[in-house]
Design a protein. Structure first.
Length: 131
């Protein structure tokens, strides 16, 4: 049996260990999504810059996938720490910007302008969270 004064310390250590394992388990699920988003963003960028023919249906498919993935990721963040809330806010912003781009997909020029915010969200998140 533990000494009464050690019980809170042991419980705290157990909680920290559980949180670390939960975060480590979540990280591998992000990698495939991020790789997919990178490939999809590159394809969208090629269409929006005119390097390949503009395909509104394909752009809509890409953006709808990003919106859905971001919504799922945001919903899966259950922590209440400042970092967890910041990450959740970043996915929420990404989702909003991708949705706005999706709404403007009928016109390449409008979609291109809005997509710059999506690309900026990617860069900003990677810069802030690369550690």
């Amino acid at each position: 049996s533990l000494e009464p004064e050690l019980k809170p310390v042991v419980l705290l250590l157990a909680a920290v260990a559980f949180a670390a394992v939960a975060n480590a388990a979540a990280a591998p699920r992000l990698k495939p999504i991020m790789r997919d988003w990178k490939a999809q963003a590159n394809q969208a960028e090629l269409m929006l810059t005119g390097a390949v023919p503009y395909d509104e249906a394909e752009l809509r498919r890409i953006l709808a996938g990003m919106v859905g993935d971001a919504r799922d990721l945001e919903a899966g963040i259950s922590g209440s720490s400042a970092q967890a809330l910041a990450v959740k806010d970043r996915f929420s912003q990404f989702e909003a910007d991708a949705a706005a781009t999706l709404q403007s997909a009928a016109a390449r020029d409008g979609a291109r302008a809005r997509f710059q915010r999506v690309a900026g969200d990617c860069r900003s998140c990677h810069d802030a969270l690369k550690n």
